[in-house]
Write a protein that binds this ligand. Sequence first.
Ligand code: HH2
Length: 289
Amino acid sequence: MSRPLPRIMGIINVTPDSFSDGGFFLDPDAALRHAEQLVADGADLLDVGGESTRPGAQAVPVEDELARVIPVIRRLAARVRVPVSIDTSKAEVARQAIDAGAVMVNDVTALQGDPQMAAVVARANVPVVLMHMRGTPQTMQRRPRYRDVVQDVRAFLRDAIRRAERAGISPGRILIDPGLGFGKTVEHNLALLHHLDALARLGKPVVIGPSRKSFIGRVLNVEVEERLAGTLACIAFAIQHGASMVRVHDVKPVKQLLTMWDALEHVGQARRQRRSRRHRAASPAGRAS
Ligand code: HH2
């Protein structure tokens, strides 16, 4: 049986300092034009963020984050036909974003960054992405160490799911994410992708965000603008290992990858079905029926 194809979450960074597209979409009109392009390219949903979480990024005051994301979310909710998610770890930003039309919360702190976040999500009854991060963006890349990265991240996400459900978030509204690049070495990121099935067995849809990240740059020895092929390889690998959603900057090539993948899956499935029909017809039991 083939799995459904992952959904494509297109990234809209309304920030001056994101690691790969900082400053491009600060103006709400530019953000809207970019969003429309991502939807035309095949995005199934859009993730709007107003605070960079790149290693070493400084925290943004709540008023600044609101001023960046709320006008954009309002416009997107009125103008684009796909759901909009808010990428924030602040409860007040999530609350106002939901009021402005966001229908999902993507929290890189897995509800631990703000004590009010779980209640905001539970009350609004919207889906939430719980992501693993070690430390904070300021500290996370200082000598990251794990006993066993896959088991440690799995245990963190299992506990995060329990906390979310205890806070009243509906079990069917929870997604999980290993947090590629968040407090991980190159080897940690590769191991998490390689063993994604172990996270998928927690029973929640798995989101992954490898897009243009530095572990790809380190493996291929390329700068940020040359990481598309590496991103696509991560996504192709993750599809086979249980990813349900991919968070990406370059929607068009990812959509092409998924469409091609689907065509290949279907041809294999149709061939298997034909062979098993022939096999049944040729067997004595099959002939008798
Ligand atoms: N990665 C980033 C931000 N948010 N959310 C989830 N669920 N998973 C991720 O892997 C993830 C995320 C970092 O990427 P980007 O938004 O492009 O950069 P920046 O944080 O510098 O804005």
